[in-house]
Design a binder for this molecule. Structure first.
Ligand SMILES: Cc1cc2nc3c(=O)[nH]c(=O)nc-3n(C[C@H](O)[C@H](O)[C@H](O)COP(=O)(O)OP(=O)(O)OC[C@H]3O[C@@H](n4cnc5c(N)ncnc54)[C@H](O)[C@@H]3O)c2cc1C
Length: 350
């Protein structure tokens, strides 16, 4: 049985920052994540994309943000159960919780913070009969490592930001990039749409619209796709076919935990601390909903900070906590490290 103060379900940016905020309050955290690595959407979906709206970072790659968050929380020695999905929650007579994963690992904590983001990642797939046979044999639904596509012929399908952004990025990496969309209009940032137009004019992206991929072929791996454009059907050679149709949010097992759910997200009390209808269970980051909710990383950071204050009260009933600036208090890591601003020098001036 793994014991901790706050059990965090989801090691995305929200969960990782919660470890740091909890550490300032001397609370220990353990994180469970279904993925084999920390970072949530940032490391699974778009590690090489720059983010522009993280306070104080004019630009940071999503993968680098994950590394920085790991570095920031390291001193508070979080535990990790990775590659396992939190499956069940059982409230004990003393009000604490036992959370068990799909592999049977049990975790015991007085506070549970669900930072499950979109839940389990379920990419939307095109309806092509034998598509599943080519998964990981040239068909991918998420681009993790652009270098994987170096000097390859890549076909991307989709009409949103992901399809546009990756077509732009891979136009400098792959030997050939083809973007296929069932409409001629794209639903993405104006800059991205204009950039694709520019690259098309320069002959660096093949654009096939309005058209649909209706078949995939190849012996052991993908060798070509079949495209339907109007009444025309034709084949195109390729090494990779990447349909980027977005992710369908699926809460997974958490949906059966007796929490109030609205539109696939967990309802929380945003007037106070992001607690759910189950006292002691909080929901922070993309996984929660309340009036005015924005699914942004910086909102997850804020929610994690307030959640930790309430968790402190649950874990230390009646004990008063006075918030101090880290510039004043410094940071005492659980690993024995101490960070503090240099002390003022007291010296007489003659
Ligand atoms: C392409 C793209 C671009 C984006 N750009 C920006 C941007 O520029 N700025 C911005 O602020 N935001 C951006 N976002 C949104 C941002 O990534 C999310 O707001 C953020 O990742 C939410 O963090 P989170 O920690 O709440 O959840 P997530 O990052 O989704 O992490 C949740 C984690 O919980 C895990 N999990 C879920 N259920 C379970 C379970 N039952 N058991 C175990 N683990 C579980 C998942 O595996 C996942 O790792 C973008 C998103 C995408 C897809």
């Amino acid at each position: 049985m793994i014991k901790t103060d706050i059990l965090i379900i989801g090691a995305g940016p929200t969960g990782l920052f919660a470890v740091f905020e909890a550490g300032l309050l001397k609370l220990k955290c353990h994180l469970i994540d279904a993925l084999p690595q920390a970072g949530g959407q940032c490391s699974e979906i778009y590690p090489k994309k720059p983010i522009y709206d993280i306070p104080a970072y004019p630009e940071i790659l999503a993968g680098d943000l994950t590394h920085k968050l790991m570095e920031q929380c390291k001193q508070f020695e979080p535990g990790f159960t990775l590659g396992e999905r939190a499956e069940t929650i059982d409230k004990q007579d003393d009000g604490t919780f036992i959370v068990t994963t799909n592999k049977g690992t049990k975790h015991h904590a007085p506070v549970v913070a669900i930072a499950g983001g979109l839940g389990s990642f379920e990419p939307r797939k095109p309806l092509i009969d034998n598509l599943a046979n080519y998964e990981d044999k040239g068909v991918e639904y998420i681009i993790k490592e652009p270098e994987f596509y170096r000097d390859k012929k890549v076909v991307i399908a989709g009409g949103g930001d992901s399809a546009l952004d990756w077509s732009i990025f891979l136009s400098d990496v792959a030997s050939e990039v083809t973007l296929i969309h069932r409409r001629s209009e794209f639903r993405g940032h104006l800059d991205s749409v204009e950039k694709v137009q520019e690259l098309k004019n320069a002959g660096k992206i093949n654009l096939i619209t309005p058209a649909e991929v209706v078949g995939v072929e190849g012996d052991n791996k993908i060798e070509s796709i079949t495209i339907k454009q109007g009444d025309d059907t034709f084949k195109k050679e390729c090494d990779h076919f990447v349909p980027l149709f977005g992710l369908s949010p699926k809460l997974g097992p958490i949906a059966n935990w007796g929490l109030e759910i609205e539109k696939n997200a967990i309802k929380v009390n945003n007037a106070l601390d992001y607690q759910t209808n189950i006292p002691g269970v909080f929901a922070i980051g993309d996984v929660n909903t309340y009036p005015g909710k924005l699914k942004l990383i910086l909102c997850g950071f804020h929610e994690a900070t307030l959640m930790c204050q309430s968790a402190y009260q649950i874990i230390n009933p009646g004990k008063k906590y006075v918030m101090k600036y880290t510039t004043v208090s410094g940071v005492d890591g659980f690993d024995g490290t101490r960070k503090e601003a240099p002390k003022a020098v007291v010296k007489k001036i003659e």
